[in-house]
Design a protein around this ligand. Structure first.
Ligand SMILES: [Mn+2]
Length: 278
């Protein structure tokens, strides 16, 4: 019996990388309690699965230091963590860099709370390393699956390969505009994103086989705004969620799934790409 169990554990540990399960986790935004709860849930599914974070790990929520601790603890356990770059990683990096270089200086940016919380818990360097690691990875193709993770999305007219990195990290339509995923035909496989929060995960079905695997999934369910924290398992086409502990923001209450009928497709706009909104 012992030999059988040992073999099963070894198999889950990932020597056949292509068979390793992956979970893509939405915008954590400093919500450490919810992250702990979600990771506990995922561990009960498969304690050896790869954890792919879609970006925006630290800002907005109450406990960025707790998020650093959760991530480092999983690394120590030998878990495979993949950090994809969000727009908030880019925004936060310079503030963290400055705080590391000048630890006694008070910070007065809109990231001050995040920076101070990390500094007061002695995790500035660790947070900076995680942020810089994420910034090296704008896209992540899950091994063995036709699935790519990016923070914001792609320009469907250009496709995954030709969409500029800045666009991939920041693309977000306005309230009354059509989301890019309604104009995507699935040619680059399944694209999993975060960045634009809705009350429910967005799941865009393939146009030619409506019951098959989706072509776009958005796992940002607004944990920092009182929604929930969502993980998605691409191979099983399945969502796992935990409720947010944060106060429900009034503007977020009505953020239901966008519809393909909404407005006309917009032209790609470089000006909008430069605006790091959200
Ligand atoms: Mn974002």
């Amino acid at each position: 019996m012992e030999d059988v169990d040992a073999a099963a554990v070894k198999d889950r540990s990932g020597y056949r990388k292509e068979s390793m399960r992956s979970f893509v986790i939405g915008d954590v935004h400093g919500c450490a309690q919810e992250l702990g709860a979600l990771l506990g849930k995922l561990d009960r599914e498969d304690a050896g699965a790869r954890l792919v974070f879609v970006g925006d790990l630290f800002t907005k929520g109450p406990e960025p230091e707790g998020v650093v601790e959760e991530l480092l603890a999983r690394r120590v356990e030998g878990r495979e963590l993949v950090l994809v770059c969000g727009n908030h990683e880019i925004k936060l990096r310079k503030h963290l860099r400055r705080a590391v270089d000048r630890p006694r200086e008070e910070h007065e940016s809109n990231h001050a709370e995040t920076v101070h919380a990390l500094r007061d818990s002695g995790l500035l360097h660790e947070a900076l390393e995680l942020v810089e690691e994420a910034m090296c990875q704008v896209t992540y193709a899950i091994p063995g699956e036709r699935c790519t993770v990016v923070h914001g999305g792609i320009d469907p007219t250009l496709g995954l390969a030709l969409t500029p990195d800045a666009h991939k990290v920041t693309v977000k339509s306005e309230e009354d505009e059509r989301d890019w995923w309604w104009d995507y035909d699935g040619r680059d496989g399944l694209i999993v994103v975060g960045h634009k929060p809705f009350r429910e995960p967005v799941r865009v079905p393939s146009p030619d086989q409506r019951r098959g695997r989706p072509i776009v999934v958005n796992v940002d369910t607004g944990c920092a705004y009182g929604g929930m924290l969502t993980a998605y398992e691409p191979s099983a086409d399945r969502f796992l969620t935990v409720p947010s502990q944060q106060a429900l923001q009034p503007w977020f209450m009505g953020r239901r799934q966008s519809s393909p009928e909404m407005a006309a497709p917009r032209a790609a706009s470089d000006a909008r790409d430069r605006k790091l909104s959200g």
